[in-house]
Ligand binder design. Structure first.
Ligand code: SAM
Length: 280
């Protein structure tokens, strides 16, 4: 029998510790261990990797990550009610699970981990996008992680993998696809969770590219894209007016049409424009 078989079923753990779900912390749990093992496998080969998991809750995905061979798992959970249940998992996998009772927004996980690092999480909906944007916007590239495998509301997942020309395409798509290979690897209906959320979910796998797809200054590109999509229904020349001197000329010099709207511009076009702006 493996260590995971010695642990009680998650529903028993939840009942024993009276772990009712708190909506304010985005608590929708995955209790099917076949499913959590599948998500762990979608993250890639975990055997020589440290894994960061944000929001382990009662530990369904944590068990999957350890059973699939993660070298070490660092699990950051804000809700202290889950510490006892997580300590039971730690005991079953000696030296391989470290749990921090903290807000993931408040600490630097890289300090606690050794490369290569994968991030795998069923993210709390309230902080999921904020954490993703942080992981995608480090001061230097490549980042401290080699891949992100993250569960989101389906609508957010579609925004991450969106291509130009539609409503879903925007800041998140550009941020993700500029420096990672991003794809949806699993769709999950509300019934897969306990309690079921009101929307469908999807897991996105993002593999960090060794270098960005096209050259551009990350800060300029981020500001440019945020400004362009802030007024996404306006033409580029209006949405970006005043962004830099002679902006309309720079838009043309980048090979873009000043009358296009932001959602028509591919990542390559925004990178070309960021280079024109940086060349002041
Ligand atoms: N990983 C578990 C699973 O798949 O069953 C739980 C996922 S649940 C969607 C999100 C978890 O994130 C909850 O356990 C919640 O308490 C935790 N959480 C919410 N906000 C957090 C934050 N800022 N930092 C760390 N954990 C947080």
């Amino acid at each position: 029998m493996s260590a995971i078989d010695d642990l009680p079923p998650l529903r028993e753990v939840i009942a024993a510790h009276n772990l009712y779900a708190k909506k304010s912390l985005g608590q929708n749990f995955l209790l099917d261990l076949n499913l959590t093992a599948k998500i762990a496998r979608l993250a890639g080969d975990l055997r020589d990797c440290d894994v960061l998991e944000v929001g382990p809750g009662p530990g369904g995905l944590t068990r999957g990550l350890l059973a699939e061979g993660a070298r070490r798992v660092l699990a950051i959970e804000k809700d202290s009610r889950y510490m006892a249940a997580l300590a039971e998992i730690s005991a079953a996998f000696p030296g391989r699970l470290k749990v921090l009772n903290a807000d993931a927004l408040d600490l630097d996980p890289a300090e606690h981990l050794t490369a290569p690092i994968r991030i795998v999480a069923n993210l709390p909906y309230n902080v999921g996008t904020e954490l993703l944007v942080r992981w995608l916007s480090p001061p230097v590239w490549p980042p401290f992680w080699i891949s992100l495998t993250l569960m989101f509301q389906k609508e957010v997942a579609l925004r991450i993998v969106a291509k130009p020309g539609g409503k879903a395409y925007g800041r998140l798509a550009i941020l993700a696809q500029w420096r990672t290979q991003a794809r949806i690897v699993m769709d999950l209906p509300p019934e897969a969770f306990s309690p079921p959320p009101s929307v469908h979910s999807a897991a996105v796998h993002m593999q960090a590219l060794p270098r960005p797809l096209f050259p551009a200054d990350a800060k300029v590109l981020t500001r440019l894209v945020a400004t362009a999509f802030n007024q996404r229904r306006k033409m580029l020349r209006a949405a970006l007016k005043g962004f830099a001197p002679d902006m309309e000329d720079r838009i043309s010099a980048a090979g873009l049409n000043p009358t296009d709207r932001a959602e028509q511009v591919p990542i390559e076009g925004f990178c070309a424009l960021a280079r024109e702006v940086s060349a002041v």
